[in-house]
Design a protein around this ligand. Sequence first.
Ligand code: CS2
Length: 446
Amino acid sequence: MHLGVGNFHRAHQAVYVDDCLAADGSWGIRGVSLRRPDMRDALAPQDGLYTLAVKDGATTQARIVGSILDMLVATEDIGPVLAAMTDPATRIVSLTVTEKGYCHDPSTGDLDPQNAGIIADLDRLDRPSTVPGLLVEALRRRRNAGVAPFTVLSCDNLPSNGRTLGRIVGQYAALIDDALAQWIGGTIAFPSTMVDRIVPATSDADRNGIAALTGFDDAWPVVTEPYTQWVIEDVFPAGRPDFAAAGAELVADVAPFERMKLRMLNGAHSTLAYVGQLLGHETVADAMHDAALARLVAQVMDEAAATLDLPAADLAVYGRALRTRFANPALRHRTAQIAIDGSQKIPQRLLGSIRDAHAAGKEWGALATGVAAWIAFLRQGPVDDPMANRLAALADKHADPAGHAEAVLGMREVFGTLSDAYWFGDRIVGIVGKMADAGSSAVLPR
Ligand code: CS2
């Protein structure tokens, strides 16, 4: 089962599983949408089939993906979702629910017991709406019915995503029943993974272009780049498809790959998104054509790379490949899309590198520019973020950019102990001030 069938899942895990099916047809994906019915409504009339269009410059290659067998919508009826999660045939529950789906405190990675969904779920254990609530209820039912548990496979952009989810699920279970929490901690496998593929939202132009190419009317095709990577910690007590045959890397420790990807790719992506939004660049490829911004992106990657425990030459090659991917003009990956949910993304994408660089006496000015750009972006108007109300209140309250920056830096759920660090706060406020006085491009490298 997969929770969170969006474009990313359809261009990533579902394609690996589709490739596995050629050799072993005994697997398949039961998809779940946690909120909206739109994906199920689009896919159901086409038997779950959809077009994957791989675009590189002027070329497009299309194929049909058939690994999604059916889809359920959790908000319509949680009964069938829990029934499927308790079905002995379900061996793996994988997830792409975005950072906020973990209901955690982004600065610590612990369950946020004040999260409104968590509070509601604790009140109606048999009708959960959150990811921790669903997983714990399904695991509890399997345990009570004597059904072997499933493996939980996190595929979101969080550090040690499997371990983090395991901790959050354990903390949630402990609020219900200590014995259940201990059983989960001792029994359930939560392998960590690093996932990578750039997958923009589908536009009408994509739909029309793909229909013209294939001759099929597809309600919701998905567009992506040629590059794809999936590194998986190989702990699947209930079995798994032969992901390696489909090109995934099965390893004992995902952490080095994960940190590299989060800090270099996603750290640069968020920086591009916020500076890009401030400078009016609609897409990542447009932003990469701004030479000063491209230089900033290279510096973000270099500063992040210097905090990693991998060979510098390999990281330089990785960084160059990332910049080529970002510049792919065929993708039209909107900076506004990446700018969503900054409060959930900034900690692992930029702040971790800044802490490490500072501790090692290394440079972190470009990373700081990314953080400052997020704060400046928050002043441009309402944002799409689970903390949107608080962020809007801070922007309303502080007319002065420096005062506003100080107030944002005080948000401990995002900044943790950095909220108290003068070495950090002074530099960020300084960059925000310069952006306000001289324009955002004044802080870009020459
Ligand atoms: C992006 C990611 O939207 C975002 O925040 O940074 O979705 C990014 O495209 C993927 O992680 C690439 O693997």
